[in-house]
Design a protein around this ligand. Structure first.
Ligand SMILES: Cc1cc2nc3c(=O)[nH]c(=O)nc-3n(C[C@H](O)[C@H](O)[C@H](O)COP(=O)(O)O)c2cc1C
Length: 277
């Protein structure tokens, strides 16, 4: 499966069989995690796969009606915006790699961090979210209800998310054929409560995509979850661009970008190395 198929097929799973991860799958995933621990600004976030046993007290999860969970991936980020973005960016790559092995997952932002004694949280660090991994069981009624309530299958339209920096008008896939898949795969990203806080402005002349965060849910934002959402979207965009042979790099724009609505918060810029198509 290529990255486009993997992204299109991925769904959050909330009903897991109580099986442990198959040894080969786990070893492959651990190898991938080790080799991909470096995020933006070369920040390293070592993630760990943690397997709880049936005799352990189960992790209480506040929302989502998640059942059968016993395997988790987590690490810690610094308690700041860029580090949480990195956490989302690196962890989503793990989500997609796991999907490649038919391992299902669910991001969880509401959980008790004290449950994980395996992770030493240093001062100034936090666990901004965790990932549950496992094999999918038939969806429970509760899971179907949660998905319906948060409209998990729906995503906002292109015109609410992607804009031409020059005209500030919505960007149409036909205007930008080479990057249409990368933006579409960004649009299909998962986000906390399916809030999709992503806004992207494309600068045709400079061949840059500027990523902004719009606060959709104040509580999620205070918990740092919108920053995780931003990192996830960046991972989808980058992996799809690279798959399409369109290389580029992330950087921070030094100058203020004019004409952007006040309620948007600048995050990162993708500079295209070569424009094709
Ligand atoms: C950072 C983050 C935190 C999340 N937290 C939870 C959670 O606490 N409980 C839950 O059931 N789902 C959680 N989700 C899953 C989202 O609800 C889900 O990704 C979204 O509704 C889109 O559905 P999909 O992943 O099936 O495409 C979280 C997702 C993200 C990205």
């Amino acid at each position: 499966m290529d990255i486009i198929e993997i992204i299109k097929n991925r769904r959050s799973c909330r009903t897991f069989t109580s099986e442990e991860l198959n040894k080969n799958d786990k070893a492959e995933l651990e190898k991938y995690i080790k080799e991909n621990a470096l995020g933006l600004k070369k920040e390293s976030i070592p993630f760990k796969i943690i397997e709880k046993e049936d005799k352990d007290i189960p992790l209480k999860i506040n929302y989502g009606m998640i059942q059968g969970h016993k395997t988790y991936v987590l690490g810690s980020s610094l308690s700041n915006s860029d580090s949480r973005i990195n956490y989302g960016y690196l962890m989503e790559k793990i989500v997609l790699k796991a999907s490649e092995f038919n391992i299902s997952s669910c991001w969880v932002g509401y959980f008790d961090p004290n449950y994980f004694k395996e992770i030493n949280i240093k001062k100034g660090y936090e666990i901004p979210s965790i990932l549950i991994l496992g094999y999918a069981e038939k969806q429970s009624v509760g899971e179907r209800l949660v998905r319906m309530t948060i409209k998990a299958n729906k995503r906002n339209d292109w015109e609410t998310m992607f804009f031409d920096l020059n005209t500030k008008s919505p960007l149409d896939p036909k205007q930008i054929p080479a990057y249409a898949d990368a933006l579409e795969m960004l649009r299909l990203s998962p986000s906390s409560g399916n809030t999709q806080p992503w806004k992207v402005f494309y600068d045709k002349e400079a061949r840059e995509f500027h990523f902004f965060k719009k606060i959709i849910n104040k509580r999620y934002n205070e918990m740092g979850l919108h920053e995780i959402d931003m990192g996830i979207a960046m991972a989808h965009f980058e992996l799809t661009s690279t798959y399409k042979g369109l290389s580029g790099t992330w950087h921070k724009q030094e100058k203020k970008i004019n004409g952007i609505p006040d309620d948007l918060h600048y995050i990162w810029t993708w500079k295209c190395a070569a424009m094709q198509g």
